[in-house]
Design a protein around this ligand. Structure first.
Ligand code: ZN
Ligand code: ZN
Length: 332
């Protein structure tokens, strides 16, 4: 293979490629997975940007994929579905995703703006400074530019078996990072395409449901249950949405579960030492954001702190007073 586009292609096998799009961010890159054969397919579509579109189109051409039958979206974050509408019209592919992910994928920027307004209202209860909230949530427009609304032609629910190239993949619903996050599993070879649910060097952020969804404000309890669920699968290699393959998936799953158990204890310690609000707790857990100008890391820290506080509250280890505008936590 030679020519433009080949530099983005990493063969996993004769018929499966990783299309690796580099970015300057701790996530390191976006991974799309291309399956050649009778039912040419892609897992994930990357964010939309004209330059990235050029790279992906060149990579598809270099791999000899003239058409695509399906594009499977692991979840509704723009770095996974943003370019789906473009690739759908360029290749004729149908787009498949979990049905819970439809609002974000089909409405893209409009939905994101609604969610940012909701976060903005909610963050007052958390003692999140107004000026920080405003600086972060006014960035919705920047993200909106990296995605285009895309119809979901094939809604999935998990439990199905789907075709990709000449392979059959089991669809596993792994909620938590988002409500409808999906992993795709090829039994026999033990290949797991894990999206953002399981990555090699970072643990994903739990979803903040705004408004609350099925009685939950955050996806952390579901995320932990979805990690437990994966323990039941024989995984030889996991191929994540960002970064390199994971050859010891079982260990990575255990490490993630342990990471959250530790963070739960640190969160309790923060409350015992007098952190009364979600934001104070976030600053204790993530002191590195304290002196930085407002950016998305502040919001991620807030979500992590809230998610762990709510689990502690459910376990009866902390108490939350919601009488005033700002929620106040104390150890039970
Ligand atoms: Zn994500
Ligand atoms: Zn991602």
């Amino acid at each position: 293979m030679s020519g433009n586009g080949a530099e983005f292609l990493q063969p996993l096998d004769d018929d499966v490629y990783r299309i690796e799009i580099p970015i300057q961010h701790e996530l390191r890159n976006f991974n799309l997975y291309l399956f050649l054969g009778e039912h040419p397919a892609l897992i994930d579509a990357g964010p939309y940007h004209p330059l990235l579109e050029g790279m992906v189109v060149e990579a598809l051409r270099a791999a000899g994929a003239k058409r695509l039958e399906l594009i499977y979206i692991t979840h509704s974050h723009i770095d996974h579905f943003g370019m789906a509408a473009r690739l759908r019209s360029l290749t004729g592919a149908a787009v498949a995703a979990h049905r819970y992910e439809r609002p974000r994928i089909e409405r893209a920027g409009a939905r994101l703006e609604e969610e940012y307004r909701c976060y903005s209202a909610l963050s007052r209860h958390m003692g999140f400074p107004d000026e920080v909230a405003e600086a972060i949530f006014s960035l919705a427009g920047v993200w909106t530019n990296l995605s285009e609304p895309c119809p979901v032609d094939v809604p999935l629910r998990g439990g199905e078996t789907v075709k990709a190239g000449d392979r059959e993949l089991e669809v596993i619903h792994t909620p938590g990072h988002t409500a409808g996050h999906l992993c795709f599993y090829q039994r026999g070879e033990g290949l797991l395409f894990s999206g953002d649910h399981l990555m090699r060097s970072i643990t994903p952020n739990p979803e903040l449901y705004c408004p609350p969804w099925r009685g939950e404000m955050t996806g952390l309890p579901q995320f932990l249950a979805s990690l437990e669920l994966l323990r039941g699968y024989d995984i030889a290699v996991a191929h994540p949405g960002h970064g390199k393959p994971i050859h010891s998936a079982e260990r990575r799953i255990e490490m993630n579960l342990m990471h959250h158990r530790r963070r739960l204890e640190k969160t309790l310690e923060a409350v015992e030492r007098g952190c009364g609000t979600v934001w104070e707790t976030a600053l204790r857990l993530f002191p590195q954001v304290r002196d930085k100008p407002p950016q998305v890391d502040h919001f991620l820290a807030l979500k992590e702190a809230l998610a762990h506080l709510l689990i502690l509250e459910r376990e009866g280890r902390v108490f939350c007073d919601r009488e005033g505008e700002v929620w106040s936590f104390r150890a039970s």
